[in-house]
Design a protein around this ligand. Structure first.
Ligand code: GLN
Length: 281
């Protein structure tokens, strides 16, 4: 079997199983298996595939048929300007979350050395991207999941930031280090009704603990706000991601906890997505 034939076979199998981008996925999987760029595959369509590679290819295609996201099959996902290692212990970085980076950078002048905390770091994509842009800052990144912390550490190393970010496997409730200039977070914020309606790719394969915000979706957001009130310096900023219908309740919780809300910005599809707030007292 040659490149073209195996690609077509992968494509038609995925298509039959109603996977959305069957040709692209088939191509990316072959590219991973034979360790060649997609362009090279297309230019060498009649090259034979080794038997061991056919077996590997089939294994990955079967995983994709089970709706496993490509980011887990390939082991990485692009976010902001970089490539991040991903596995099933971490939420796959989403384009919407790049808004958190964009907004945060506006409040972090390029030469400032600020002290940042990332709550629920997951793959570490937010804090790593930020520190790449603002190399004078230092950070702590915490996560309840030990496995997530390991992925985040690998990503920091991959991007030469292992000495700038301190990773700690701890529950936010138990974390008590003060005086941060900035706290960022993409907390789990999906409520239980919406959780049950998510795509199979997400709900079967991604870590529920990184998605579920309890019955009303606000369980973890509340924790982040309350804790940030304690851990931030006066005038420190709390910048975090929210779900599309969480703006008003979020405003309420922030005001109750002594925050000023600078802005709530919308993602590319016009949904409220990123809260920028300041601790007043
Ligand atoms: N935006 C993600 C999703 O809809 C959820 C991320 C989160 O809960 N923080 O899948």
């Amino acid at each position: 079997m040659n490149y073209q034939e195996i690609l077509r076979r992968g494509e038609s199998f995925l298509k039959k199983n109603k996977i959305k981008n069957p040709f692209l996925d088939s191509e990316l999987i072959l590219s991973k298996v034979i360790n060649k760029k997609r362009e090279e595959i297309l230019l060498n369509a009649s090259t034979k595939v080794k038997n061991t590679d056919i077996k590997k290819f089939n294994k990955y295609i079967l995983r994709r048929r089970q709706k496993e996201p490509m980011a887990y099959i390939l082991g990485y996902k692009h976010f902001w300007k970089y490539k991040f290692l991903t596995n099933k212990s971490v939420l796959i970085p989403r384009p919407d979350t790049e808004l958190v980076i964009e907004e945060t950078l506006k409040y972090l002048p390029i030469n400032n050395s600020k002290k940042i905390l990332d709550i629920g770091t997951g793959s570490g994509c937010i804090i790593v991207s930020l520190l790449k842009e603002r190399p004078k800052c230092i950070a702590t990144a915490i996560d309840l999941s030990k496995k997530a912390i390991n992925v985040a550490k690998s990503n920091a190393k991959l991007h030469q930031l292992e000495n700038k970010i301190n990773f700690i496997n701890i529950d936010i409730d138990k974390y008590n280090s003060y005086n941060y200039d900035l706290i960022i977070s993409n907390p789990p914020y999906i409520n239980s009704v919406e959780l049950s309606r998510l795509d199979d790719d997400v709900i079967i394969h991604e870590p529920k603990s990184a998605l579920s915000g309890g019955l009303d979706g606000f369980k973890e957001i509340k924790k982040v706000i309350k804790k940030s009130k304690k851990l931030l310096k006066i005038n420190g900023k709390l910048i975090f991601e929210i779900g599309e219908r969480q703006k008003y309740r979020c405003l309420e919780i922030l005001y109750k906890n002594g925050f000023f809300v600078n802005k709530i910005s919308k993602d590319l599809s016009g949904k409220d997505r990123c809260v920028i707030s300041t601790k007043l007292k």
